[in-house]
Design a protein around this ligand. Structure first.
Ligand code: 13P
Ligand code: SF4
Length: 377
């Protein structure tokens, strides 16, 4: 049975009806049998298979991965891997980046091709190109486009074509710094307004130097003068999982656990970041918990499964989610579709990620530039 493959541009192409196909027999299988079958498959493929697991994957899934990491770690693992089959337990833009970075003799799979990212969909490449034309016709100086990893391959290709790059939450600061110091004093960043703002302010830029581009408004809702003077133009996109957190959540938990430490992801709003003890990528959050004093309580403001996994992995500490905010797309990967994908690695088109060659080479340029810039939060 074939599920069809997913090409780039839209995260949810409606013409592919089988992208999340799963036979009934897998749904009826007992959890223990599924765990055993997944492990048997991993063993039988040996070095020909690598399973990558993002930290937001539920424990039942991430426990079967060869490598766990944030989106930067996993793209680097995919780029360095010699495995014939790369199964990505994460969301579409992550698997798509792995496909772009992988060799032609390797195949990348996503156990449910409908595991997208609404934030990535907020940066439509036609809207961004339209904005780019307007911005570059107004600005008197060079401007560099940088896209967050959470974006389509088409947007990455756009950045590759215009001397720009990709960044993740773990290398946004060194990457912005590199571009500001060496290439241009102006950056157009998309699609996450909050990661852009939090990183820029942490680097010493002021609120006055940042403007927000709302693609539904004329000139993004700005005057020509504002566009010409801004050091960073932030696309008005966001992650609903992270903007769900508010200062009220922090206040309530701090009342209950006054000594607790608070660490949040930079996709959270500025107000939430300002109230936290620390802010960083999912791997930064993991390190923060590991390095916290024994017996401490740590409140984690990111996708709930990361907090749950960190609590399991750190028996000497108490890890609490800031609120029960979960990513329904990360959740689309489960033990059943992981097992089904592993059972069908040799079947053409089953849950495979493909990226058209016309997009691939420029997207690859932007990803390679990101991997070349050293430094990680
Ligand atoms: P990281 O790059 O920190 O792993 O984050 C990915 C993501 O999707 C956050 O919502
Ligand atoms: Fe996208 Fe937010 Fe889910 Fe991350 S947590 S994959 S940004 S929707």
């Amino acid at each position: 049975m074939s599920s069809g493959s997913l090409t780039t541009k839209n995260t949810y192409p409606m013409h592919i009806g089988m992208a999340s196909y799963l036979p009934d027999s897998y749904l009826k299988m007992a959890a223990q049998d599924l765990h055993e079958r997944v492990e048997e498959k991993r063993k039988s493929y040996g070095k020909d298979l690598v399973v990558l697991g993002h930290y937001y994957q539920r424990h039942d899934v991430i426990r079967h991965s060869d490598f766990q990491g944030d989106s930067l770690d996993l793209s680097a693992k995919a780029a360095a891997s010699n495995a014939k089959h790369i199964v990505f337990c994460g969301v579409h833009f992550m698997a798509e980046s792995a496909e772009i970075l992988s060799r032609t003799d390797q195949t990348v799979y996503l156990p449910n091709l409908f595991a997208g990212c609404p934030m990535a969909d907020m940066g439509d490449s036609f809207d961004v190109e339209h904005a780019w034309k307007e911005i570059t016709s107004i600005c008197h100086e060079k401007i560099i486009p940088i896209t967050y990893m959470n974006s389509t391959a088409a947007l990455k290709a756009f950045c590759g074509k215009h001397d720009g790059s990709v960044c993740t939450s773990s290398n946004a600061a060194p990457l912005f710094k590199f571009y500001y110091e060496n290439i241009a004093r102006k950056i157009f960043f998309f699609p996450d307004e909050h990661l852009g703002r939090n990183t820029a302010l942490q680097m010493g830029l002021t609120e006055k130097e940042l403007i927000v581009w709302d693609p539904t408004l004329e000139l993004g809702g700005n005057t020509k003068e504002q566009i010409d003077q801004a050091r960073m133009i932030l696309w008005k996109g966001y992650c609903h999982v992270h903007t769900f957190f508010t200062p009220v959540h922090i206040k309530a938990l701090k009342e209950k656990y006054p000594d607790a430490l608070v660490v949040v992801h930079p996709e959270c709003t500025r107000q939430v970041v300002e109230m936290a003890d620390a802010c960083g990528s999912t791997s930064f959050i993991k390190r923060f918990v590991e390095e916290a004093p024994v017996n401490s309580t740590i409140i984690v403001g990111t996708e709930i499964n990361h907090a749950i996994n960190l609590d399991i992995w750190n028996e000497d500490k108490k890890v609490i989610g800031l609120a029960r905010s979960f990513c329904p797309n990360m959740y689309k990967i489960n033990l059943q579709n992981l097992c089904w994908t592993l059972d069908h690695l040799e079947t053409p088109d089953v849950h495979r990620i493909t990226v058209p060659d016309s997009i691939k080479s420029n997207a690859n340029k932007a990803l390679q530039r990101m991997l070349e810039v050293k430094g990680k939060n």
